[in-house]
Design a binder for this molecule. Structure first.
Ligand code: IVH
Length: 668
């Protein structure tokens, strides 16, 4: 691989992981692995500046903004910390601080790094007035109503405890291990999908529309950072938090002021083991220069303070026996090999299954059935096999041979060029693929038939009621009930809900039909560009490539999809049931070409419309909303409080800045 290819590959991988983490909330690798990939890319980009790209993941800051909560600007930006992973890094941090302070004595406050969601709480006159998530660091979601239900967050501070008139306190919201386990147990009983880890559960909970749900879940909060105009400038961080404890907050556990790097390393060593006894998830130690005056002297880089650093714990590892490799078939036919092992305790839970990802990884590991394997769990996500203890291998063990045929339908597996996964090509009659496509079709962002779920789909499929998505439309109450007359009410609900999908807009239909690689955004772009299924169906490769955001892989996949007779048949049937096969008059009418071919970045806080509304306006007028500023950006739609780094970049690249009024004028 040339350096350029490697850079591109890493960017693609990191973009994917960013999406999994920030959008889907379902990371597939640990933070440690993610950071390693990021460092590798940063190194390569530094070495080969000729391949610099302002859209590289190294240039990007994540965002957890959610449309259903009001976005509010942070008074002080919410920064993140630089990560370190070993003793050497810690020593280097210590030396940097030392030389930055030019020989002055200093103390380091060491404390737990909590693995939850950061939150910023504002108190005025001793009462909680606002709780805001980190968001993109500049603005976050107002989740005050939900936060008010968290019992460990004081709504009123303790009287006479000497709190300042107004201040902000930041910390982490967490779901304790026991609540997490109880919640997953309940969800398992209700056949709802389980949360992968307490962080995802906490994040899902905090963004819940109903604060009643939040109250029931038992969230907890630890506070670790105090700021405000009245926060003593001559004091120390440790002392401030101790005061906050008196005001009524739950603060970082085991905080310690260290006077030498040895003391810091001792603290890390101690908590690496002891943290397993804590009630909540931690993923490292945070080290902060204690004196606020010295903190100010050291200052900040563009992204993080120079006075603090996070040391991340190594992922936990266990060794156990591999008994069998089984294979799962996904909606797209992708085959996932799974290691079935003797149960072993790992990071507080019993593990007996782990992902093996694909055939290459199995080969690289040189896996044999019966091997003693190392299993790792980073950030409490799905565990994975990371190595084999070959010293324990006996000569009778058989090498794992990747299957050649589909375990569900027996079809010969295929491997597409450039892809790591094997696929079952039998998409028309392989059961998990059929069920998967139906599940995708009914999902919230597609046709949103919420009275159906994976279990009902499975049930209908097994009873021969449905074998593709169009069959949903001919279902009758009698079909669904069979001999069970108790089901009439719920059956009627299903029939009605399916009927209702004739109102689902065309762009979501394009997403729902399940063209490989066509996600929600691409479906929208395609719908706007071609305006009808008929036009999309007969589009040539060249025409498809003209659509912004559609590359060769997506275009070819669309062509392949419409070449399949079976798909055409299903779409024709859907059309005959009244499913939208074109943009509505209203959508077409509102559409203009005023921003055709333009890439627009949205930044800051707006007063006339929400960010999402502006995004929709850009798209409606033929433009594209992009995340980061590059030389290709046509203009920035800027509200109040546009981030300073964005502003600097815009000025450097000479990108035009347009305010709300100017923008509305542009498209009027
Ligand atoms: S201090 C300016 N202390 O880790 C410094 N952060 O990238 C502000 N975190 O987003 C952060 N435990 O959510 C600090 N004891 C702790 C922490 C902590 C967890 C999170 C925080 C931040 C991330 C660091």
């Amino acid at each position: 691989m040339t350096p350029k290819e490697e850079i591109e590959k890493l960017r693609k991988e990191l973009d994917e992981h960013n999406h999994n983490y920030y959008v889907l909330n379902q990371p597939t690798i640990s933070d440690y692995e993610f950071d390693q990939l990021m460092y590798k890319l940063q190194d390569l980009e530094m070495f080969y500046p000729q391949y610099a790209d302002p859209n590289s993941p190294t240039q990007r800051v994540g965002s957890d903004l959610n449309q259903s909560f009001k976005a509010v600007p942070h008074k002080y930006p919410m920064l993140s910390l630089a990560n370190t992973y070993n003793e050497q890094d810690v020593r280097e941090f210590y030396e940097r601080v030392k030389s930055g302070l030019e020989g002055e004595e200093f103390e380091i406050c060491a404390e737990m790094k909590y693995d939850g969601l950061s939150i910023s709480l504002t108190y005025v006159d001793g009462e909680l007035t606002q709780a805001v998530t980190r968001g993109d660091g500049v603005q976050g979601d107002d989740v005050t109503a939900n936060v008010r239900t968290i019992r460990s967050i004081p709504l009123k501070l303790r009287e006479g405890s000497g709190y300042p008139h107004e201040f902000e306190i930041r910390g982490e919201i967490l779901l304790p291990w026991t609540s997490f386990e109880n919640l997953n147990e309940e969800r398992a009983k209700a056949e709802e999908p389980l949360f992968a880890n307490p962080r995802n559960a906490a994040s899902g909970t905090l963004k819940s529309q109903s604060s009643r749900v939040v109250a029931k879940r038992g969230l907890d909060a630890y506070l670790y950072y105090l700021l405000g105009d009245e926060i003593g400038n001559d004091s120390g961080h440790y002392e401030n938090l101790k005061k906050a404890e008196e005001w009524g907050f739950k603060i970082s556990q085991g905080m310690k002021k260290c006077r030498s790097v040895e003391e810091v390393l001792e603290f890390i060593d101690y908590w690496d083991k002891e943290r397993k006894n804590l009630p909540v998830a931690t993923d490292g130690i945070v080290l902060k220069v204690n004196s606020l005056r010295q903190q100010r002297h050291l200052g900040y880089t563009a992204k993080s303070p120079r006075w603090a650093i996070a040391y991340k714990f190594k992922a936990e590892r266990a060794c156990t026996r591999l008994n069998e490799v089984t294979y799962q078939v996904g909606r797209t036919g992708a085959i996932t090999p799974v290691a079935n092992m003797d149960a072993v305790l790992l990071a507080g839970t019993m593990v007996k299954r782990a992902s093996l990802h694909n055939a290459d990884i199995i080969n690289e590991l040189d896996l044999h059935v019966g091997d003693m394997v190392y299993v790792e769990k980073g950030g409490e996500i799905i565990p994975k096999v990371v190595g084999v203890d070959k010293a324990q291998r006996t000569p009778d063990l058989q090498k794992v041979e990747f299957i050649k045929t589909c375990p569900e339908c027996g079809a010969q597996l295929v491997r597409y060029e450039g892809e790591a996964a094997h696929y079952c090509p039998n998409d028309t009659s392989c059961p998990p693929q059929i069920k998967g496509r139906i599940e995708h079709f009914i999902s919230r962002k597609a046709m949103n038939i919420d009275s159906l779920g994976p279990e009902t789909v499975d049930d209908y499929f097994k009873r021969g009621l449905i074998s593709d998505v169009s069959d949903l439309y001919s279902l009758t109450v009698a079909d669904i009930c069979g001999f069970n007359k108790n089901r009439v009410k719920s059956a009627q609900k299903v029939v009605d809900a399916v009927k209702n999908t004739v109102n689902v807009p065309f762009e979501r239909v394009v997403f729902a039909i399940g063209i490989r690689f066509v996600g929600e955004t691409t479906a929208k772009l395609l719908a706007r560009y071609f305006k009808s299924m008929e036009a999309l169906k007969s589009a040539t490769l060249e025409q498809l490539l003209e659509v912004d955001g559609v590359g060769a892989i997506i275009a070819e996949s669309i062509i392949r999809f419409f070449q399949d007779e079976k798909n055409i048949e299903i779409i024709d049937k859907l059309a005959s049931y009244g499913v939208q096969m074109q943009l509505s008059e209203e959508q077409i009418q509102g559409q203009t070409d005023k921003l055709k071919g333009m890439s627009v970045v949205i930044s800051g806080v707006f007063s006339h419309h929400s960010r999402d509304e502006y995004k929709a306006m850009i798209e409606k007028n033929g433009g594209k909303n992009v995340g980061s500023i590059s030389a290709k950006t046509s203009f920035i739609l800027a509200g109040e409080n546009m981030g300073p780094s964005k502003l600097e970049k815009a000025n450097k690249l000479g990108v035009r800045i347009v305010n709300e009024e100017e923008f509305l004028e542009m498209i009027s």
